[in-house]
Write a protein that binds this ligand. Structure first.
Ligand code: PEP
Ligand code: MG
Length: 677
């Protein structure tokens, strides 16, 4: 530890080589602040050009310290030596990130069978919701009746930007109170969040709202005659812009955090509370302009009666999440928020896309009858939980679960899943402010494998891009993100993200029957390149003395290129899994999230069916198994066509497992004819 004399007081200082992965981003910054607050000393971090108080989230962020940088940690005051040592030690430890254990699964995520909701098989009975002027895109089958809840973040009311001199003190107090209220609420929310990644985002936002430099900048703008709202808006925006100029992968996410914190404080200034899905009352119909996977990821949706939204399409990821909870859902209804806002009751038929505002007595009666029929159907379905389905002509079929993370495991096992046919690992990454590291991923994959000791678990490598952006990955803006750096393309372009995932998978492979699959494959080279990376990760683990196991490597067939080169790909892949959501999108050249082309984006289109048949034929020639993990796997008609073509595994959301098993048991594959399509 060196000593230097600055101004009147002695600074104790030492150099620290930053080894925190990713450098000084939100989570390590929170930790530095936490450590600094444990001492009385004044502590600063300094690069060659600037310095920042160790208690200022914003200043630390703006230092732009990267992993590998050498910085100075200095302090003055009685316990300065201890404080400097503690912070330096934290920065210099490689695995300094504090790991939260994977979220404990909630008691049950099964959609509560409320008397007002019911799942109903599509196309098997006339809709009880008729005569309605509103028809949207059917997303998740089931009928429901409930009062509407408009899910809209409160808007900020305009306020005069300038204030009179005698209002300055009042506005300053108002700003201080709003900042305090936001940081306190966020800290409380972080404590109660079951999902560790949401908790970390909240902690990071809480630190920003408690930042003294931001508070000071706001106070001085108000002193110059600006209103509290104008000061909050302007300072948040200018800081966000400053952050955006940093050369860091995390910069964009941090700038968004800054804007989000600004919006929260602006709401608090006007006494408004932000909404989360958990605030929607049980049994209500959630009505929104748009719901993204980020809005819904990590949230328990089982208390909702139904979901209705202006935008969104049946194959988007918000739709997939709604289906995983079995919530009757309709998207693609422009103007529905206004149309429904004042209604007392809303009837929703997720199978036909019909939505009726304040249904008449007759519709009400029909709905209640449909709801009780569906309750009986649900009871009948229970017995399929333990069934291992075999078609009437003796073909055994695996019905596995599509999951997004450990939170879905209870729901999947309770429903009788025969393993996992698709784990979408991106949900582990999407809403995070920082990427999960290898150890955290290893724990999650291991937990999933251990829940299915006797069944195959297929984990898909990261599929970011398209309609799945990721806060922590700095993706360049693309004009056509669905045709851009998505899935395997992104992983191969960013080995610093891909390698930790492959290493985590290799280590987890010792704990179960792991199969790994690659999304968005278009060429044989993509598989070869991945295999080379896997081999290099194996060598690395071996050198480090870490235990790892083998896994089978398969691919998703989602692109026309994969269909037409299926024979070549089958030589390199241990199995195929048909991703019919994307396959439909790319075969039909119809954006899966755009309701305007929803009628084209349908997996039953003969072109898509033909693609499936070509792939099954190639798989049969190469003698490798083929499954379907796209949403069409749960469709009663299409699943029969797929099985007849040679598919032997259907992987569906947990809510559909029993129903799909029942469908399989009723099938005679030899009987299924083309006219069924
Ligand atoms: C698919 O495309 O069918 C699929 C299962 O992948 P995702 O929906 O996650 O893109
Ligand atoms: Mg896909």
């Amino acid at each position: 530890m060196g000593k230097s004399e600055t101004a009147a007081q002695a600074w104790l200082e030492r150099k620290a080589s930053v080894r925190v992965s990713g450098g000084l981003h939100a989570r390590p910054i929170s930790e530095v602040i936490r450590i600094a607050k444990g001492y009385d000393a004044e502590v600063e971090l300094a690069t060659g050009v600037q310095q920042a108080s160790a208690r200022s989230s914003l200043k630390l962020l703006l230092l732009g310290v990267k992993e590998g940088d050498i910085i100075t940690v200095r302090g003055r005051g009685d316990d300065a030596g201890l404080a400097v040592d503690a912070i330096s030690a934290f920065l210099e430890r490689k695995d300094t990130e504090t790991h939260s254990p994977p979220a404990a699964p909630p008691a049950s995520q099964a959609p509560a069978p409320t008397p007002e909701t019911a799942s109903r098989k599509a196309d098997t009975a006339p809709s009880p919701v008729v005569g309605t002027p509103l028809t949207g895109v059917p997303v998740c089958a089931g009928v429901a009746l409930g009062s509407p809840f408009v899910f809209q973040q409160p808007k900020i009311d305009p306020e005069p930007a300038q204030i009179a001199p005698d209002s300055i003190a009042r506005e300053q107090a108002r700003a201080r109170a709003a900042l305090n209220a936001v940081s306190q609420r966020l800290r409380e929310a972080a404590q109660t969040k079951a999902n560790p990644s949401s908790a970390m985002v909240m902690e990071a936002l809480a630190d920003l709202s408690a930042d003294e430099d931001w508070a000071e900048a706001i106070q001085s703008m108000i002193a110059e005659g600006n209103s509290a709202l104008a000061a909050v808006d302007a300072t948040a925006e200018s800081t966000a812009r400053q952050i955006e100029t940093l050369e860091s992968d995390y910069a964009r996410a941090r700038a968004e955090d800054m804007r989000a914190a600004g919006h929260l404080v602006a709401m608090a200034l006007q006494g408004k509370k932000p909404l989360s899905v958990g605030d929607v009352p049980a049994g209500a119909v959630l009505v929104a302009e748009e719901l993204t996977a980020a809005h819904m990821g990590g949230e328990d949706l089982s208390h909702l009666a139904a979901i209705v939204a202006e935008r969104g399409a049946s194959n988007g990821h918000a739709a997939i999440l709604a289906r995983s909870f079995g919530i009757p859902t309709v998207f693609g209804l422009p103007g529905v928020v206004n149309a429904i806002k004042k209604a007392r009751m809303v009837a929703v038929d997720g199978a036909t896309g019909a939505v009726m505002v304040d249904p008449d007595v007759e519709t009400n009666a029909r709905l209640r009858a449909a709801i009780s029929a569906a309750a009986e159907d649900r009871a009948e379905l229970e017995r399929f939980t333990t069934v291992k389905p075999v078609t009437r002509d003796g073909v055994s079929i695996i019905v596995a679960a599509n999951i997004g993370g450990v939170n879905d495991l209870d729901f999947a096992t309770e429903a009788g899943a025969m393993g996992v046919g698709l784990m979408r690992t991106e949900f582990l990454f999407i809403e995070r402010a920082e990427l999960p590291d290898e150890d955290e991923q290893y724990q999650v994959y291991r937990t999933v494998l251990e829940r299915f000791p006797d069944d195959d678990v297929i984990i898909r490598t990261l599929d970011i891009g398209g309609d799945k952006p990721c806060r922590a990955i700095d993706l360049q803006k693309e004009d056509n993100p669905f045709l851009g750096l998505r899935g395997i393309r992104l992983c191969l372009a960013k080995p610093e993200i891909f390698r930790p995932q492959l290493r985590a998978l290799l280590r987890a492979a010792c704990h179960g029957r792991l199969k790994v699959m690659l999304p968005m494959i278009a060429t044989v080279d993509e598989i070869s390149e991945t295999k080379a990376l896997i081999e290099s990760c194996e060598h690395e683990l071996e050198r480090e003395g870490k235990t790892y196991g083998p896994f089978e490597l398969g691919i998703m067939v989602e692109t026309p290129a994969a269909v037409f080169s299926a024979d070549a790909l089958a030589k390199e892949a241990a199995f195929f899994s048909l991703g019919t959501n994307d396959l439909t999108q790319y075969v039909m050249a119809a954006d899966r999230t755009n309701p305007a082309v929803a009628s084209l984006s349908r997996p039953e289109n003969p072109a898509v069916i033909e693609a499936v048949r070509l792939v099954c034929a190639a798989a049969a020639r190469a003698d490798i198994p083929v499954g379907v993990c796209g949403e069409a796997a749960a469709d009663p008609v299409l699943s029969a066509v797929f099985l007849q073509a040679g598919v032997r595994e259907l992987s569906v959301s947990a809510a559909a497992i029993r129903r799909v098993k029942r469908q399989v048991c009723a099938l005679e594959l030899r009987e299924t004819t083309e006219q069924d399509v």
